[in-house]
Unconditional design. Structure first.
Length: 197
């Protein structure tokens, strides 16, 4: 026989996904820095790709978090990412120059993420008669896609550091502490009555 009991339950959760995405980006940053320091290039481009994608997602989630904090339910997380970025900066009275670091990385990461999300084929061709050394010739035959040029560890690490600098600036201007941005939850269960059957 099972005893039936009556409980009073109170549970709550605040789940802020920007934390999880930021943790993933940080994981890749540590991995990329470690492998680069050892001269281990196996899979490094793939790790930069994954890290930059997580960082782009984290940035957008952070701006959504701040948008909800600043505008409440009138915040529209479905607006284009850079419109949301500009809106948060506007509310906080920050006038960033998106052509200079650290702010230029917001657009660069968003563009990188969009390229991967909306992937399409690219066709490149090099046809020319020329005089060159073998080294010069190999440099000319670099037919990588533009997004592939972002697969450098230096790009990702600079973008990561820039994103962290911007996040700290935004928190300071918003009056939020880092603790205000963390996911948290808990529950309380109280036994009210126990029935024997």
């Amino acid at each position: 026989m099972t005893d039936v009991r009556r409980f009073k339950v109170h549970a709550h959760e605040r789940i802020f996904i920007h934390n999880d995405l930021s943790n993933a980006a940080f994981h890749f940053k540590r991995l990329i820095e470690s492998k680069s320091a050892k001269g281990d290039h196996s899979g490094l481009g793939l790790e930069v790709m994954a890290g930059a994608t997580m960082l782009a997602f984290a940035n957008e989630a952070r701006f959504n978090f701040l948008g909800y904090h600043l505008e409440g339910n009138s915040w529209d997380e479905w607006k284009p990412a850079m419109k949301k970025v500009r809106r948060v900066f506007e509310i906080l009275g920050i006038s960033p120059d998106f052509s200079d670091p650290p702010y230029l990385y917001l657009q660069a990461l968003k563009d990188f993420r969009d390229t991967l999300a909306h992937g399409k084929p690219e066709y490149k061709e090099f046809k020319e008669e020329l005089e060159a050394t073998e080294e010069e010739l190999l440099g000319m035959l670099d037919l990588k896609a533009d997004w592939e040029r972002s697969l450098e560890p230096s790009f990702f690490c600079e973008a990561y550091d820039a994103s962290e600098k911007i996040w700290k600036e935004l928190l300071q201007k918003s009056g939020l502490t880092l603790m205000d941005t963390l996911s948290e939850g808990g529950s309380h269960i109280e036994l009210i009555h126990e029935k024997k059957q």
